[in-house]
Ligand binder design. Structure first.
Ligand code: MG
Length: 364
């Protein structure tokens, strides 16, 4: 080696060293179409498929997976989430995933709204760090999977004949969740009761028109075996809630009214419980904060979901040991789930001992 080659080599060395030191991190995303087993009808909409955002975070040969189901009501779509990844993936990839709390704080500061996108980032980071730590995420969170709550199975609004069929398919689930709030509530409940005596959690999705109607409906639903009622009135209608609660006996749970941690103290005087959803609040860190706040305020806690694959459902299920009730069946409503994750055995969420979310990709 001559002097010139030696100098060239010396000049090259720091650059090469820098490259070795640069950790290779990669964020990628896709929009996935989830086909529903049955047409899904609630007060809000009717549909045959949903689109969700899938995110992958790769580093050190480990892939963290995240999913977010954008809620149309808040102007969110999977495609918007993917566009946000393209716009923000660069700076997020520069950040150390072990500092996931700070990373998520920055995601919340820099990006307005789009909570399902934020949820997908949060889930992928937490899946990655817990896989890297070789522990299941529930253990990483300091929880015991033996405490995992029981989950309801949801029956969408439909014709009596289809409802009876859906209830029969829901045989393994000891508690059903029934959507009401349309004109055919009596028909829906009669169809359910013609085939099962199981307890029902009833969700009106803001469907009752007046406080008087709400009281009449809720007391009738109680006589039909309802054990709770979700969001009877519009999300912003808090003034009628106390009037209603004085006249009914079953717990009234906030869902559409309850999106973020700051909502909880405001809702606490008006509801008996809250339904926390990872897609509404922007991730497991926020969802956990909401659950802890609700518990501190002596509210019943439920963790719910949107229609999603096993990625998002298994993520939400990691928090199920912290709540009174789980409503995590969004993956059971779709026909093309690409992953296997949390299982439901005798109605109880069963979390995997595998590291991270413990997801297994299905073959084919
Ligand atoms: Mg609901």
């Amino acid at each position: 080696m001559n002097r010139r080659q030696l100098l060239m080599g010396a000049a090259m060395a720091p650059a090469a060293a820098r490259q070795v030191e640069t950790v290779r991190r990669k964020w990628t995303g896709t929009v996935e179409r989830l086909n529903l087993r049955h047409t899904w009808t609630t007060v809000m909409s009717s549909s045959q498929f949903r689109e969700t955002l899938y995110l992958r975070f790769e580093q050190d040969g480990i892939t963290g997976r995240g999913e977010g189901a954008g809620i149309v009501r808040y102007g969110e779509t999977a495609q918007k989430g993917l566009d946000l990844l393209h716009a923000n993936g660069g700076w997020i990839a520069e950040r150390d995933p072990w500092q996931y709390v700070r990373v998520m704080q920055d995601v919340f500061t820099k990006i307005e709204g789009n909570y399902a996108f934020k949820a997908a980032v949060d889930i992928a980071l937490l899946d990655w760090v817990s896989q890297r730590a070789s522990v299941p995420l529930w253990k990483f969170f300091g929880l015991d999977r033996a405490d995992a709550a029981k989950s309801t199975f949801s029956i969408g609004i439909d014709k009596a004949e289809v409802i009876r069929q859906k209830v029969k398919e829901a045989e393994p689930y000891p508690i059903l969740k029934i959507k009401v709030g349309l004109d055919n509530d009596e028909e829906v409940i009669a169809a359910v009761r013609s085939v099962t005596k199981k307890p029902l959690r009833v969700d009106a999705n803001e469907g009752f028109k007046t406080k008087e109607q709400a009281v009449e409906k809720i007391n009738w639903l109680e006589s039909q075996g309802a054990i709770s009622i979700e969001q009877p009135m519009k999300a912003d209608n808090l003034e009628d809630m106390n009037w209603i609660r004085k006249r009914v006996h079953i717990p009234v749970i906030a869902d559409e009214a309850c999106l973020h941690p700051a909502d909880i103290p405001r809702l606490a005087p008006h509801f008996d419980g809250v339904n926390v959803k990872v897609d509404k609040c922007g991730g497991l860190l926020e969802a956990r904060r909401m659950i802890e706040m609700a518990r501190a305020l002596k509210l019943e806690t439920m963790i719910g979901c949107m229609i999603s694959s096993s990625v998002a459902i298994t993520a939400a299920a990691q928090l199920s040991p912290l709540v009174d009730h789980a409503d995590l069946d969004g993956n059971l409503l779709i026909a093309n789930d690409r992953y296997e994750g949390v299982q439901i055995v005798d109605g109880k969420m069963v979390l995997s001992e595998r590291p991270g979310l413990g997801l297994v990709e299905r073959k084919g």
